[in-house]
Design a protein around this ligand. Structure first.
Ligand code: PDD
Length: 287
């Protein structure tokens, strides 16, 4: 008998189990999961895993997809249908399906729920346990590889949501030393109080934005003063102008940071001109 998966209210053959391409779990890692060990077909540490599931969902403001009682019934039914006694059951709950944007959709979504059941060879497991295993140490860099354009965007989505709730369009991440790294979906720039363009250098933990790169070339061609060095939020507020760059935002003037106006509190001449120059150049070179 083949494996059976649970997808959004239906039990389906494992090989035919699919989720929507715009599931936020798939596109933004906007999802949580739990794994229960199965002993004799029963869920181990059930209470602990349910409590953590509810906590994880709560932290992301994702509603429980069904009551604990209902969820337990479905989990047990998945185990039963797979005829697994020794193994584990995987549950994933994503925020749901919506057109891709980082912040949580304003209209409530129906969380997407999937379950898979795996068999474990407890005899082999015990042999391994009797021998013991070895480990390798690695640097603690989780969420620390912002240079990779990964879909692991949950921190970005959470930041964007925070910005949205504060009435802002973008969030700027600030590092341990108090310097802006980049935006949740863009690179960050200022025209500092000396009139010099400034953006974070790419040795920092940021995405090497393509728009940023093209704009640096335009800035060089225009012979404008530019420094690839960090700035603080206070320097941004004291700056003449600020803006963000990205394939979505292109070159977009920023008029306020943390509720405080930047410069005149309206789009400045440098950002406005760079936006025009970028769009001209991008249009001309588009293939
Ligand atoms: N975001 N930094 C982050 C974290 C980004 O997600 C992006 C782009 C950028 C700018 O990179 P580029 O200039 O190559 O687009 C910087 C895209 C637009 C997005 O997630 O929708």
């Amino acid at each position: 008998m083949g494996r059976i998966a649970y997808v959004n209210g239906r039990f389906v053959p494992h090989s035919e189990a699919v989720v929507h391409i715009e599931d936020r779990g798939y596109q933004l890692a906007d999802a949580v999961y739990e794994v229960w060990a199965l002993f004799d077909g029963k869920l181990a540490d059930a209470e602990g895993h349910f409590a953590r599931l509810e906590r994880s969902l709560g932290e992301l403001s994702i509603p429980m997809p069904m009551t604990r009682v209902a969820l337990t019934l479905v989990l047990k039914e998945a185990v039963r249908r797979n005829r697994v006694r020794e193994g584990s059951i995987y549950l994933q709950v994503s925020r749901g399906v919506a057109p891709r944007q980082h912040a949580y959709p304003s209209d409530p979504l129906r969380p997407a729920v999937i379950m898979t059941v795996s068999r474990v060879d407890r005899v082999a497991d015990e042999l391994r346990a009797a021998k013991g295993v070895s480990v390798l140490t690695v640097p603690e860099n989780r969420w620390g590889r912002a240079d990779i354009k990964t879909v692991g965007l949950l921190p970005n989505a959470m930041a964007k949501q925070k910005a949205k709730e504060a009435g802002a369009m973008e969030a700027w991440f600030v590092d341990d030393l108090g310097f802006v790294t980049e935006g949740a979906s863009s690179n960050a720039w200022i025209v500092d109080s000396d009139g010099r363009l400034r953006t974070r250098d790419t040795n920092a933990n940021i995405l090497r934005g393509i728009t940023r790169h093209t704009l640096l070339k335009i800035i060089g061609r225009e012979d404008l003063p530019v420094d690839e060095r960090p700035f603080t939020p206070a320097e941004a507020i004291a700056a003449k102008e600020a803006f963000i760059t990205g394939a979505g935002s292109l070159v977009l003037p920023v008029i306020a940071v943390d509720g405080k106006p930047v410069g005149e509190g309206s789009p400045g001449p440098v950002a406005t001109r760079l936006r025009r120059l970028y769009i001209e150049q991008a249009k001309a070179a588009a293939i």
